[in-house]
Design a binder for this molecule. Structure first.
Ligand code: ADP
Ligand code: MG
Length: 327
């Protein structure tokens, strides 16, 4: 870490973007990404994920933006030399070979030819494309293009890597390989910021996530913060037992309440000591416990929670950004 950069690879506030035509793609984003972590930005298509990355890369101009990337003001061109970028829907020229593309991107990044040669060999190896190095991109599958795309994002040995839908169109084996590469980058001390509309992708690799919906962050935190806070005991009884009566019994002895969901008693606490009185009370009343375990929500559960409209309790229409009248 260079001096004065602080703990955050990204520290953003009030990031807003209204496209010409009035689409409010981002409506005041606050987001922090810690150095050296894998951060996942999750959201349905149209949520604003690519818009945010493009602002960071200075590909588009924000309507408003405060904050820093690698300790420097967002928009600072010099910082981009330390950032790698895999754009979404990238379309590198079909007539280039994988190796030529990497030379091209490296040359653009002012990396000297003698340094490029070795680096390109390593990167092609890393993304398992060595055998295809001198074949034209035009002959590649989507998954192979994504591998090469990943390699080009790393040519400048960046401190921060921004990956926009890295597993888009990639088969399960390719997705696993990409996840392994992301983990490897983290182990090398890099910060990885990735976008995905696929929950399962993020769950497996990210330490911190944010859920973006219609240009707003609905939820963010480390996976353990988000999940542990919502973890709680569940108790299942034998089918003959009267669940409503069981719930009433437990309700008298636990703090924080108990709910009945799909014939399971759902307790708010994940503390084993607090559950013992519930078990005692149930047993005293003649109930038969068949299962008792700590339930942890998945990222999908968090996502569904995030998309529920707090007023109606119904899932909000996800996706489309809100359009405002210009002027
Ligand atoms: P995501 O990457 O999460 O799918 P985007 O950032 O691509 O979302 O898009 C967010 C919203 O902004 C969408 O409603 C999209 O249609 C709109 N949008 C994206 N790019 C442009 C553009 N260049 N001009 C106008 N609207 C755009
Ligand atoms: Mg996108």
């Amino acid at each position: 870490m260079s001096q004065g950069d602080g703990d955050w690879a990204l520290d953003l506030s009030h990031v807003a973007k209204t496209y010409r035509g009035g689409v409010q793609a981002l409506r005041g984003i606050e987001m922090r990404v810690k150095r050296g972590e894998v951060f996942g930005l999750l959201g349905p298509n149209g949520a604003g994920k690519s818009t945010l990355i493009k602002i960071l890369m200075t590909v588009i101009r924000p309507s408003r933006c405060q904050g820093t990337m690698l300790g420097r003001r967002v928009g600072d061109q010099g910082t981009l030399a330390r950032v790698g970028y895999l754009p979404e829907h990238h379309r590198f020229p079909d007539y280039l070979t994988a190796r030529q593309l990497l030379h091209y991107v490296g040359a653009m990044g002012k990396i000297e030819r003698k340094d490029r040669v070795g680096r390109i060999g390593e990167l092609l190896e890393m993304v398992d494309m060595t055998d295809w190095a001198d074949k034209k991109l035009g002959s590649f599958s989507k998954g192979m293009r994504q591998r090469v795309g990943l390699a080009q994002a790393l040519i400048n040995n960046p401190d921060l890597v921004l990956l926009d839908e890295p597993t888009d169109g990639v088969d399960p084996v390719g997705r696993r390989d990409i996840r392994n590469i992301v983990t490897r980058l983290k182990n090398e001390g890099k910060t990885v910021f990735l976008n995905s509309h696929l929950l399962s992708e993020l769950e497996m690799v990210c330490e911190r996530v944010a859920i973006l919906l219609r240009g707003e962050v609905r939820l963010q935190g480390t996976m353990s913060e988000l999940i542990d806070r919502r973890a709680g005991y569940r108790i299942r009884l034998v089918p003959e037992d009267d669940m409503a009566a069981a719930r009433a019994t437990v309700g008298t002895v636990v703090q924080g309440g108990v709910e009945l969901v799909n014939r399971e008693l759902v307790l708010k606490t994940a503390d084993a000591r607090e559950v013992q009185p519930a078990i005692d009370a149930l047993r005293r009343q003649g109930f038969t416990i068949s299962h008792c375990w700590v339930h942890k929500p998945t990222l999908e559960d968090l996502f569904l929670e995030a998309v529920v409209d707090p007023e109606t309790g119904e899932p909000m229409h996800v996706g489309a950004a809100r359009k405002v009248r210009a002027g």
